[in-house]
Design a binder for this molecule. Structure first.
Ligand SMILES: [Fe+2]
Length: 309
């Protein structure tokens, strides 16, 4: 189980449920998710040998093309298992691999750099990532039984993250959609997060002081930019904000869910993680009013009404 130290000045939005408990709930965890809870999957571990990932290289400086390097840093998980693989022939001496031929530069870099050009490691990593992908797909269906997604971004991060700034996610996407995020710690060490205020609650608390009404009717990402950057200091001001924090150590292979545009978070330390992001149409929600854009619109409407009294 994750170790959680809860800060008394913050809302306790943590919920821990087993898969069996989730199956017995009429809407899985959809109601809790739409209520902006951070939900941890109790007693569940990704059925993958995590030691495998430690054999992989994290030295991305070997990837010469900066565009490819960026794609390796935030890697599309399906690149591991979709596409050509090194061909082999079985002989008396065991397997003999032929040169790996592919036009896919990302898959090429996964093989050459992350897997050190070792075909067996590449095959094992591909199989592990396929298992992880299938687990995420099954969990989405079980935990959000009435949701249908129209787009998914399956990503995996295999490089060290240290001392992020506390932030709410801004995907730079103009769509008005419900986001489902499934996180998994792929490392054998704990993944350390801090979390703090809910976005709308924090914006409401500082609304008048910072004249946030000027963001009404605009893309909520602009409000996010202002709060994360100008107010909290952005990446350059990492760890210098004064907000209270919950501290969480997610266990190896542990899985959790949360709307990362609503729950502020700071990866304090982590080596490897999988993050699946599903785009769901608001019409498919239990309560479409609970989507991120609408909650921000409601905040502006509420503050304008209060100011008019
Ligand atoms: Fe984030």
């Amino acid at each position: 189980m994750a170790t959680i130290i809860k800060h008394p000045d913050l809302e306790d939005y943590f919920v821990e449920l087993t898969l069996d408990e989730i199956r017995c709930r009429p809407h899985g965890i959809t109601d809790l998710y739409e209520a902006n809870k951070l939900i941890l999957l109790k007693g569940f571990r990704l059925p993958v040998d995590l030691t495998l990932f430690q054999r992989m290289s994290g030295n991305l400086s070997k990837v010469e093309d900066p565009k490819v390097r960026r794609k390796i840093k935030k890697l599309t998980a399906t690149k591991f298992f979709n596409g050509a693989s090194p061909a082999f022939v079985e002989g008396e001496q065991g397997r003999t691999y032929q040169a790996f031929e592919t036009d896919d530069v990302v898959r090429r870099a996964i093989y050459d750099v992350l897997c050190n050009g070792e075909p067996d490691l590449f095959a094992a990593a591909s199989a592990a990532m396929k298992t992880a992908n299938d687990v995420a797909t099954d969990l989405f269906a079980t935990c959000f039984p009435s949701y249908r997604y129209y787009r998914v971004e399956p990503s995996v991060r295999l490089t060290t993250t240290l001392f992020e700034n506390l932030h709410w996610d801004n995907h730079q996407v103009a769509d008005d959609f419900q986001q489902v995020r499934i996180f998994c710690n792929l490392d054998q060490r704990p993944r350390i997060w801090h979390t703090s205020h809910n976005f709308v609650r924090y914006a409401e608390a500082v609304y008048r002081e910072h004249d946030l009404g000027r963001f009404a009717g605009r893309d909520p990402n602009e409000l996010n930019d202002f709060i994360c950057g100008a107010l909290l200091g952005g990446t350059r001001g990492a760890c210098t904000d004064r907000l209270p924090r919950h501290a969480i150590a997610f266990e190896p292979g542990e899985i959790w869910f949360g709307e990362s545009r609503m729950i502020s978070h700071q990866i304090f330390y982590g080596e490897r993680a999988m993050v699946y992001m599903y785009f769901v149409s608001p019409q498919g929600m239990l309560d479409p009013e609970r989507r991120f854009n609408r909650q921000v619109e409601d905040l502006h409407a509420r503050m304008a009404a209060a100011a008019a009294v």
